[in-house]
Design a protein around this ligand. Structure first.
Ligand SMILES: NC(=O)c1ccc[n+]([C@@H]2O[C@H](COP(=O)([O-])OP(=O)(O)OC[C@H]3O[C@@H](n4cnc5c(N)ncnc54)[C@H](OP(=O)(O)O)[C@@H]3O)[C@@H](O)[C@H]2O)c1
Length: 326
């Protein structure tokens, strides 16, 4: 089977390609970064296709001759213009859905995000059906909700939605670099005792879930939370990472209500002044650090046969050893 992977040049995309080609799939790797794309072709089962997925003609060319699509590409950050999020996350999804119809694609797997659950409260064991219909905490979240709505609207397309939480691994572009940067500069803010429970996920486990969603006929029309199924306290996750790297964790105790007040003013100023650069802190990152959020993955375990193949400790160890060597 030949599968198109969007976001192939990104963090998750490369792991999806490894997982799929290991299991005999041929991959059309879609992305804009030619250098990374050419590198992907060292794997003989991969053909790189350079393109922007808001460009329908390019996408249409790439989709010819594939029978499955993994839409893992997108604009994945906490700040930016609505139009950019709309184009990269909503319009691209609709373009792909239309082409799925035109080319009778057998399965589309869409990578959404559990950030759509985020809010000003603790949330334990969140189930897929707990997702709100609207959440305007930031444009990224809004765009993922809109993209999911598009998937449901095109209900003749055999599609599956995955919501993987807090990805980390080698070449991570988001979670670990952000924490390291904070640790090096202002310190990592701790609200309360840092005893909030969170879920993180080894990127290898997400790639596994993607393959299972692609292969499982019963997954059509379904949504699945994906985590490592190892909820941990925020501070324990940090300590585990810092212990293995030998870095000393720099924590700063913060008052939540004061932080919330300041962040809402900062966000307003950035919005009114049209500043594209990400503010030093956003409401979303504040909620992420202040509240517990764990996801129930019983549905993925039961229906997809998903069982994480790497533990958090193994994932951290692999990351640290790789960074030590390079
Ligand atoms: N990282 C997480 O913790 C996390 C958690 C939940 C969900 N997700 C979701 O998982 C997916 C992958 O995330 P990631 O961490 O791998 O992100 P990433 O490293 O930032 O990669 C994003 C990918 O999307 C591609 N892309 C963006 N706009 C494009 C466009 N207009 N045309 C073609 N390609 C475009 C990029 O291509 P180029 O680099 O070639 O431009 C890149 O390959 C995203 O949908 C994200 O929302 C991530």
């Amino acid at each position: 089977m030949k599968v198109l992977v969007t976001g192939a040049t990104g963090f998750l995309g490369k792991y999806i390609i490894n997982e799929l080609t290991e299991y005999g799939y041929n991959v059309v790797a879609f992305g804009r970064n030619e250098e990374i794309g050419k590198n992907l072709e060292k794997n003989k089962k991969v053909i790189f296709f350079k393109g922007d997925f808001t460009d329908n003609e390019k996408l249409s060319e790439a989709i010819k001759n594939v029978s499955g699509i993994i839409h893992a590409g997108g604009l994945s950050t906490v700040w930016g213009k609505w139009q950019d999020f709309y184009n990269a996350n909503v319009k691209s999804t609709e373009n792909i859905l239309k082409l799925c119809r035109e080319y009778s694609i057998k399965k589309l797997v869409f990578i959404s995000s559990p950030s759509i659950y985020a809010g000003d409260k603790n949330q334990l064991n969140v189930k897929e059906e707990d997702a709100p219909n609207e959440n305007n905490l930031n444009f990224y979240i809004k765009s993922k909700i809109e993209a999911e709505k598009k998937i449901r609207e095109y209900n003749d397309i055999p599609s599956v939605i995955l919501r993987p939480r807090g990805l980390f691994g080698i070449e991570d572009t988001s979670v670990i670099p952000r924490l390291l940067h904070l640790n090096k500069t202002k310190g990592i803010p701790i609200f309360g005792k840092g005893e909030q429970y969170i879920d993180v996920t080894c990127v290898e486990n997400v790639a596994l879930a993607v393959r299972l969603a692609l292969e499982n006929e019963n997954a059509i029309g379904q949504v699945y939370n994906i985590t490592n199924d190892e909820p941990m306290m925020f501070k324990d996750v940090l300590e585990l990472f810092f212990r293995k790297t030998g870095i000393k964790g720099k924590y700063v105790k913060r008052n939540y209500f004061l932080a919330k007040f300041l962040v809402s003013i900062i966000e307003k100023i950035y919005l009114i002044a049209g500043i594209d650069k990400e503010p030093p802190f956003t409401k979303y990152t504040l909620y992420l650090m202040r509240y517990s959020q764990t996801l129930c993955i019983e549905k993925a375990k039961k229906e997809l046969g998903y069982k994480p193949k790497m533990t958090v400790v193994e994932g951290v160890k692999k990351y640290v050893e790789h960074n030590r060597r390079n």
